[in-house]
Design a protein around this ligand. Structure first.
Ligand SMILES: [Zn+2]
Length: 188
């Protein structure tokens, strides 16, 4: 009688794969997901615009006056304000005139806010945004882009990676530092 070593028990069979559950969203994700997303996004944007404009005054006018953009919201109609502005010598002058009779007036570095009511003009609010501020803010992105563009050009002429400036003497077709690769077809 030979002594046999007990063999280890066989491994348990793997559990059966769960049956695929039908998702009510599956057809949408395949066929109509993009359409649904576009419709929802459009309705969402329209709702946001309607929401914001529901708080705005019935008439909004703007004018340029003494280095600042003046935006006025008022209770009277645009035609009534046009008549007032014509008599006052233009939109900018009319807005400046209203600003001088506001009940409150705050100003700082060219920014200003005034509001109140004035006779037949009814109620109004005016904000003034100085042009130096608009110029400064809108110049940041193009100036940064132009500096980056010039730096890339300079690095390329020096045989360095246009992405990070790494010296590409040993590996001219790619950059081991940032992963940039030379693409001859896209080279302009
Ligand atoms: Zn690089």
């Amino acid at each position: 009688m030979t002594e046999t070593t007990p063999s280890p028990p066989p491994p348990p069979p793997p559990p059966p794969a769960p049956a695929p559950t039908a998702s009510w969203f599956a057809p949408w994700s395949r066929y109509g997901g993009a359409t649904l997303a576009i419709i929802c996004a459009t309705v969402c944007v329209c709702a946001v615009i309607a929401w914001v404009t529901s708080y705005l005054p019935p008439t909004i006018v703007w004018g340029s006056w003494h280095g600042a953009l003046r935006i006025a919201g008022m209770g009277l109609s645009e035609a009534q304000f046009d008549e007032y502005a014509g008599a006052a010598g233009g939109y900018g002058a009319a807005l400046a005139g209203i600003g001088s009779i506001g009940d409150v007036y705050h100003h700082f570095l060219g920014f200003a806010y005034t509001g109140g009511s004035a006779g037949r003009l009814g109620w109004f609010r005016i904000i003034a945004i100085p042009y130096w501020f608009i110029v400064l803010v809108t110049a940041i992105v193009p100036v940064r882009w132009w500096r980056r563009h010039r730096r890339r050009r300079r690095w390329q002429t020096q045989g360095r990676c246009p992405g990070c400036g790494y010296n590409l003497t040993g590996t001219p077709d790619h950059c081991p530092e940032c992963g940039w690769r030379h693409a001859p077809a896209a080279h302009l």
